[in-house]
Design a protein around this ligand. Sequence first.
Ligand code: NAD
Length: 260
Amino acid sequence: MPRVKNKIAIVTGGASGLGAAIARRLAEEGAKVIITDLQEEEGQRLAKAIGGNFIQQNVADEEQWEIVTRQVEDQYGGLDILVNNAGIIGSLDKLNPEGTTLSDWQTVQRINVEGVFLGCRAAIPIMRQSGGGSIINMSSIAASGPAPEYTAYGASKASVRHLTKSVAMHCAKEGSKIRCNSVHPGIILTPMNIHILEGRAKDRNITFDQALAEYKSVIPQGEFTEAEDVAHAVLFLASDEARHITGIKLFVDGGMAMGE
Ligand code: NAD
């Protein structure tokens, strides 16, 4: 029996990377998936391939959330799963606390935090009407592990964690059967991470392979997380198998956050 059969799911930032893997996995397990993203062409292509739908959306825009949720309600009659996955790391230059510009800080918070807040707020009333639902917010190991780099990003992912608990508690207390959990991936070799590694190699005058080996050495399991590993975790939280799980943080990181 497919694990999310006939459930209606929105995956933000679903045109590429982790979001695309999540959209594919949910569709494979029977969900009707609505991908939203800024990237129209890639989003349309994937939606077609998985028998889903695509809506162009900037998650940081309040009005666009109204349009997306109204369209999903009209077309599908409800919403069961929301994966707030869209996120950015910010400018790849000078990401430490002194180098981060106010404008970079604000851009990262707007997309990574306000985008998730707006998504949760828009989904709750529709899920309540549908008799419940599962909201999964994409955080990161960066929410807990302090690093001199990624100042704005780390703060944004820590905010996502706290917001997740607020939403989970609100929904649990009202008895609406809406669950909210956060997923915390480790290091996935996406283009963004490869770019960071190239920068490290250049700054420290080491080869790309040396920088890669250093990066890998901090992962207890000794291998990078794959997008599909994250998609499996999201699928579990989205499914009714997780009906009594709310407010948790689920690390998918090869053991990096084991001490947490
Ligand atoms: P990615 O850049 O490959 O994909 C992000 C997607 O979000 C893109 O398709 C992009 O177009 C979309 N997007 C960006 N801003 C948007 C906006 N304002 N509105 C709508 N869509 C927008 O990145 P990814 O690596 O797949 O990351 C996905 C999520 O996972 C992010 O929240 C990221 O912080 C988190 N994460 C990634 C890693 C990693 O190692 N890659 C680790 C931990 C957490």
